[in-house]
Design a protein. Sequence first.
Length: 1228
Amino acid sequence: MDIQVRNLQVQVTSKALSEYLSPYLEQLQIFTFDVNKIKNRTFAIITIPDVGKAEKFLKLYGEKEGGGRATVRLDWFLKPLYFRRGLNKPDEATIRCLQREDKLEHEKRKKRQQEKIVQHKRQGTGDSKTFDVSWLRCGVWDYQGPHAGFVPYFQDLRRGAIKFGKTSLTLLLFQAPVESSWVPHRPDFRIDIPYWTIDHIVTGDYDEPLVTLSLTVAPKFYEIPEQLDFQMSALGLGPSKRVPKRWRVTSLEKTHEAMVGSCLVYQINLASRMDIQRLLHMFQTNPGMPAYIPHRLVSIQAESPFKSEMKNLKEILLSGRKYGHFPFPIRFQLERLATNAFLPPNKVVQLLPVVDALYKAGGESPGVVTMRVAEAIRMLGKQMGYPGPQEDANSFQVGHLGKLLRDNAKQWREEGSLYDLNARHEHVVLVHKAVVTPAGVYLEGPAVEVTNRVLRKYSKNIEYFIRVTFSDEDGESVRFDPNANLERIYRGRFKNVMEHGLNIAGHTYQFLGFSHSSLRSQTCWFMAPFVQNGSLMAAENVIKELGEFSSIRSPARCAARIGQAFSDTNGKVTIDPDRSLDPMEDVERNGRTFSDGVGTISLRLLKRVWHEYALSQKLKPTCLQIRFGGAKGMVSLDTRLKDEKLILRRSMVKFYSKDIRDIEICNSNIKSLPMYLNRQFIKILEDLGTDPKVIINLQASAVETLRRVTTSPVNAANYLEAHHIGKAARIPSLIRMLEDIGLTFNDDDFLERVVEIAALAQLRDLKHRARIPVADGVTLFGIMDESNYLKEGQIFCIMGDPNTGRRRVIVGKQVIVTRAPALHPGDVQVVEAVKIPPGSMVNSLNNCVVFSQQGERDLPSMLSGGDLDGDLYNVIYNRDLLPKFTCEAADYPRMEPIDIGREVNRRDMTDFFIKFMETDRLGQISTIHLQLADLRNEGTRHPDCIKLAGMASTAVDFSKTGIPVDMSEAPRYNSLARPDFMAPGPRVFIEKKGNVFEEDEDDDDDGEDEVSALDPDFKRRRYYESDKVLGHLYRAIDERSFFDAMHKSSEAVKFAPNQDIMDLVWTYVQEETLLVQWRHYIPLARDIKETYESNLFDIMSDYSVHPKHPLKEVEVFCGTIIGKTGGQPKHVRDAAMDMKDRFERDVTFTIERITQGDDGDKHEALARSIACMYTAFEEVADRRGYYKKFDELKSWRYVAAAVCLKEVEGFQGPYGPLKRGFYEDEYE
């Protein structure tokens, strides 16, 4: 029920009114309500979910019929308040949110009463968490003898205040001196620091009331524009007119800008000495505050300005200077130590003699020496902890750091390293990277990247190409902020980098280009000029050699065409275009192109591709996604073609290029992909009449599969194998072999944790993304029926197993075909899946869905605007999921790209890149669509959702047309009310002992959050219980109870909970191989182990959000990144996939060295594997002395044990206990 309150001061805010009314409402047992103060008006709307309680409030405080006075009158700011029933129907979403909160509040209060909980959390909540500050400094840690000290490089003498909230703190800097603490002054600047970015806080004492914040990433800075109404806002009164947004800026001022990304220690001086005790009391009585260390610091004077120190480091590494002879990889790593805040620049300079001595030591080829020294420097960054009073001063002295460098260089091995991987595979290349944030430029790499046409062409000059990503300080994209203007970040900071380039390690890199996929991840390529074959190659020359682009008048289209050359390609096959290349006309009808993006390839030429890639699978790919000069798209096998032929259609050719000899392979249909439902598919199916119970049962089946994972070794091994978890490390096989010798994985902490983390990742995907596997479904590339057999409304769907060679054709009168992303109800269609007559060339295909070229409209374009140049399509042949009806597919008009009327230049493309980052709203549109589809009775068929689907189409095409979507056209909706399935989940932590636990959500909302109070108009997001199928799916999974049950079932099947399983395995191996001579392989085994663990340390660091917060070993081992709340964002999922691929490559190489040695000798595999297992148990120095941020590694013993037991099985012969006929787990 809505209640209208009138006669308010026009400047009153919703928050202030809510705080005033709260005690009066609580007297009537009204604990959940919403207040919406109408801006620039004198009235507000109070929404109360319980109509009966709302009536009681009106009876007591409301106006009487005929204008009589209220029984009890409320006066505020010397004015009486008038309450009456609202004139309009209350917002449905708000009511449902309040009803959910009311239910949760009731349960919370009931639980408190039952458990008689002492609310210790509220002790001190009445105390202010705001402290006046007299000055601010920014600098770094250093040591004076054994004592920790702070080195200031920047000082701001403006007075201010520091406010501690629930999850972050804010520093305010005032324009004018503050004479007394109670007088509100307008702040000039605001600095936001989330608690998760604080490593520790050092507090001073009465004599020196200092607070020193040691951060892991730079803060966010905001400039606050002048506003006359600030003082009223501080008193709970809002502005009389719309408040100008604050401006996100890069730093506090120009001198601060030079160091803000690399100096991450901030020191403030409390204005009152008495406040230091109040501060310590606040830390002690408020859970959730950052870790603090009471310690008196020494003050160390900086030798010179930070900018000068950084300039000196860069100049001393230039060609012709003292250390200019260092190759680029070494210079890059040295500069990285300073820019990434591992060491101050002057300390890096002090290390240069050590680096020089290592580089000049000789004894190896220059290339190997360069790799060794560069990796020694890179490892140093991983080994260093956070400086401060908690660390030993000697750890950061130049002498100790130099010893670490020498040890690193001595221990480094090329075998199994990134450089070795790069040398063994032609389709990968080592790329250096730069991450540009509002505060700084951070250097990373080199990292293994799949190569592309440009890098392949200039493979001898890779160091002149660098991959640049634009992001916020936390690694996420700079997100739209309704409370801040981001123009100075996009149009200032980022644009300046795009236009003027980056100076890194002696090279000046300028913008070069980007691929379509990298545009969405806000990543592009820069390059520095170099000389090749006597010619100077700059960005303009490289682009000119790619093709002819002068006729393209659209920056977006021109960038997309150039971007084709930056697509990842796994290799190439060279042809003679005069003999092998033929054109073919497109199949067009009714203004539609049925063959959009697809051509054909002959069997003879395709066999060359198979041979080039040394494909050993029984079932070879028959469809390839390619780049060929200025052409792109799919080519499918046409057995009717003779000789070596590549047939390209006009729709495939995007621009003219002279470079038409190499067929570059982006992807292939070597295997089919599994089918998963997601929120969009599920909502459309529900709206088209699919029985919700079918979808609920599919999820229940998936959850039950997860539930059974820990109940038996067979279930665990099968699950890990099916989901390709630990398969390269042979963990499924190890679990089975343990069972064969009478042991269970449940008795081993590490193996049990691997299984639990794997289950956790899928459970969170189920709950927070509704990612439900569909056994009777498949995801395949789409191509056109070249035989013209298929009729309109028919498809030919064929799947094959690349290992067995078996193929299967899906046949059915009604099957579902769709494509992601699906927002329009017409994006899901029902068609007939048929067989093709014997002898047809189509029968030679596999792992693809073939669409008809007949009819009024091509089916791919009906499925979320798809085409055939490499799009994936989903086919579902589960009849229970069939909708009762379908909707007409969307038919959006083709938008012509923006034409600037002249040739596109580099600045046009950089402007477009910035514009895209600034105005890409696809994610926001998808979120609004999901909200409204749940709230509207018609779901995705409601006009509002149809409108949003059209806007999403415009947003998708933005990267090609340059036309951004107009968000003012979006339907009006309550952005603060969301269905519960969109709520974030609890954060997950991984304990050292291997248990997975989840932090309880902070349900204490009674304490004032002084940081959020700075935004008086800010209202938190609310969630209601969705009554649609997505809501039922979400609430059906309770993560905490699931894992409690999983632990109980695991405990119930343990055989030897107090024994070390791997010790028992080692004993078993020794008993079974008494006569085997293996000790002479111990040095090799140690080397293999060292290489494996070094690579593992690298991965744990390289794929973390921040290098100083490495991933857990088990996350890498399982190929998943845990820790964020709820579902993972796409870039984290992509990073996890890359991480998994890299670890699998490393562990595969490790196992090859064990089984084949370094000389290919397979006969000594057993002896080598025993030696490797021995190294897992011998007493060795704890490597955490070198890698302080990492926990002790444990996985080596399991990799070694899996290989060793397999070799023991072969050694025992056909009658040994490990000889299992049922399981086929070969590793060749």
